[in-house]
Structure formats: structure tokens, C-alpha cells
Write a protein that binds this ligand. Structure first.
Ligand code: SF4
Length: 325
């Protein structure tokens, strides 16, 4: 069946199943969920969302995010999966995110039984020293082994990687994307590291031992990582954290390259660089530049709040216009 759009129904289980808290993580802030989720909550979340999602022509999945799903007791995993499967006439599958070291044959057998379509592994980095410094409690070898086992069970793989973790560098981040791509995932999520108030990373930041990437570096590195995924046909389904009041409020993010439209900024910068290379090649200035772009590229070409148009005007006295095809 050819689906036009995929909808995830997110069910956040903040920190559930996690053996400890990684130094950058505060899932209650990231997800905005403060209480423990029950089966009744799962049922209500799915049913509420299904009531206004289209009935045909799209893929709908229930998605357990925000913790380490396969770190829950097997019994509780089964209860949640069984509850989600009550909606199997409307759901096309289930997806979940988890830690690489919590993948084994028991959890995959259970996942298969309940039509789990995708497992997203929070690999974060392929550099073992970065993983150690961030107190992840697993190594890249665990991610590679988990990816292989997931593929043996014919479940689709997603990878979640981070940009600018404590102890990382732009080079290590780009290498992480290349290593992640070699695991043959179907999709990827890229999260720039944000310093959340009250985390160990926040302490390191306040002690001057951690410097977050500035926005320019984060955009450049993320762009390189996205390109690596694109070249391998891996869809980057998310770039940057979603905007939530608990994250953007006073005691949410205290440092780091946050922007509610981070993905758009990355793509806008890519377009700016492409057009600027041409402007320099043709030695253009004081003119109108017409960029021929597809309709869906108009806004990223002009840039968020017209930032690219203003950049070219300021730097080259060039008026940027788009001609959409
Ligand atoms: S395993 Fe994931 S959800 Fe759990 S504390 Fe670490 S980053 Fe947060």
C-alpha cells in the first residue's frame, strides 16, 4: 500500500526502563510528561488521537518514546503492547525507542508478536569515550550487535544520534553519522545536545567544563550528518527536539543551540551556501538573483524570517527571489 503520510501517536514513558540517568537527559522536561503512564493512559492517548487522524491513505503507528521501552519488565512491556494492539484495525504498527544494550531475543520475540514495526536505538555516539563521559552505560559495539539482532528479526531499525555531546567534536559527530549509516537503519533522528537545567551536564557547563556548540557549528555539523544519511537513502525523520513549554520555559534549557525550527535552519543554510557558491563563481553583486526551486523549497531558500534574503542583500546587495517549478 502506498501511504502518503505517516503519523506517530507518541506515548511518552519518561525514564521508564532506564537503568540510570544519562548526564544530558531529563525526560520529564523533554516530553512534558510528569507522571507514570498506565495502560488506561495508553488506551486514551491512542483513542483520542485516532478520533481525528485520517482513516485512509496514511500510515499510523503508536510510538512508545521517552524512556527505554525494552528495559521495562517483560510483563509490563506486554501489557502496553497488548493495549496498543487493541487498535490494530486502525494502527499499521508500533514503534518504540530504547537503549542498544537492552535488546535481546526475548524482547524481540515479544515485539514481533505485537507487530512492532520499528525499533529506534538511542546510540547517540559511536565514540566509546564520548559514551563513557556521558554515562551512557553502553558501548558502540552494543549498538552494532543490537542493530544486527533487530534486522535478524526483520524489524525495521531507526537510529538516534546526538550533536555536540560532552567530550565530542564535530569530527566525532560526523563519524557517528557514518557509523550509524553503516548499520543500515531505515530512519534517523538527529538531536543537537541541549543543556537542560538540573542535569549533570548543567553542572559541567556551570563549572566551565562543557561548552555547547554555538548555533553555526551545530547547523554545519547537522547538515553534514544529514547528508551522510541522505546519500545512503536513510530518511532523517527528526532534527532537534520538539518545542514544549516545559523545555522552553524558564527552568528548561539553560544553554545550547536550540531553535524550534532547527531543521529548517539547517536546510536554509544549505541553500544559502549553494546560492552563495554560485554568486561567487559568477562574481555577481548589485542585482536580482532568481532561484529556481520546487514549491516546497521556497521557504527554506528565502530562509527562516527571510534570513537568507537579508544575508544576500547585506553582503552582495543582491535581491533574492524564488521562481517555483
Ligand atoms: S537511556 Fe535515554 S531516556 Fe534513559 S536516561 Fe539515558 S538518554 Fe534518557
Amino acid at each position: 500500500m502506498n501511504f502518503q503520510k505517516t503519523y506517530n501517536i507518541p506515548i511518552f514513558i519518561p525514564h521508564e526502563g532506564c537503568p540510570h540517568t544519562c548526564i544530558f537527559c531529563n525526560q520529564t522536561k523533554i516530553t512534558g510528561v510528569q507522571t507514570r503512564v498506565t495502560c488506561a493512559d495508553v488506551r486514551k492517548i491512542i483513542s483520542d488521537r485516532l478520533s481525528y487522524l485520517p482513516k485512509n491513505g496514511c500510515r499510523i503507528e503508536a510510538a512508545f518514546f521517552g524512556g527505554s521501552f525494552t528495559g521495562l519488565d517483560l510483563e509490563l512491556q506486554e501489557k502496553f503492547l497488548k493495549t496498543a494492539s487493541e487498535f490494530s484495525d486502525r494502527l499499521d504498527g508500533i514503534r518504540m525507542s530504547t537503549r542498544p544494550d537492552y535488546i535481546n531475543k526475548d524482547v524481540l520475540t515479544l515485539a514481533k508478536k505485537y507487530n512492532v514495526r520499528t525499533i529506534e536505538l538511542g546510540m547517540q555516539s559511536s565514540d566509546n569515550e564520548v559514551l563513557r563521559l556521558n554515562e551512557r552505560g553502553h558501548r558502540f559495539e552494543d549498538t552494532a550487535a543490537a542493530a544486527a539482532l533487530i534486522s535478524e528479526y526483520k524489524i525495521s531499525l531507526g537510529v538516534q544520534v546526538m550533536v555536540g555531546m560532552y567530550g565530542s567534536t564535530p569530527e566525532k559527530d560526523v563519524l557517528t553519522a557514518a557509523d550509524a549509516a553503516r548499520l543500515n537503519p531505515e530512519c534517523a533522528r538527529i538531536y543537537p545536545t541541549l543543556t537542560l537545567c538540573g542535569t549533570k551536564l548543567d553542572d559541567l557547563y556551570r563549572q566551565g567544563r562543557y561548552t555547547p556548540y554555538d548555533m553555526e557549528t551545530a547547523l554545519t555539523v547537522t547538515d553534514k550528518m544529514m547528508r551522510i544519511f541522505e546519500e545512503r537513502g536513510i530518511e532523517t525523520i527528526r532534527v532537534g527536539l520538539h518545542s514544549d513549554e516545559s523545555l522552553t520555559g524558564g527552568d528548561g534549557i539553560c544553554a545550547g543551540p536550540y531553535h524550534p525550527a532547527f531543521r529548517e535552519l539547517v536546510l536554509s543554510r544549505r541553500e544559502r551556501n549553494r546560492i552563495e557558491a554560485e554568486i561567487l563563481r559568477l562574481d555577481l553583486k548589485n542585482c536580482v538573483y532568481k532561484a529556481h526551486v520546487p514549491c516546497d523549497m521556497v521557504s527554506v531558500t528565502i530562509g527562516h524570517k527571510r534570513c537568507n534574503a537579508e544575508y544576500f542583500k547585506r553582503k552582495y546587495n543582491i535581491i533574492l527571489k524564488t521562481v517555483s517549478s
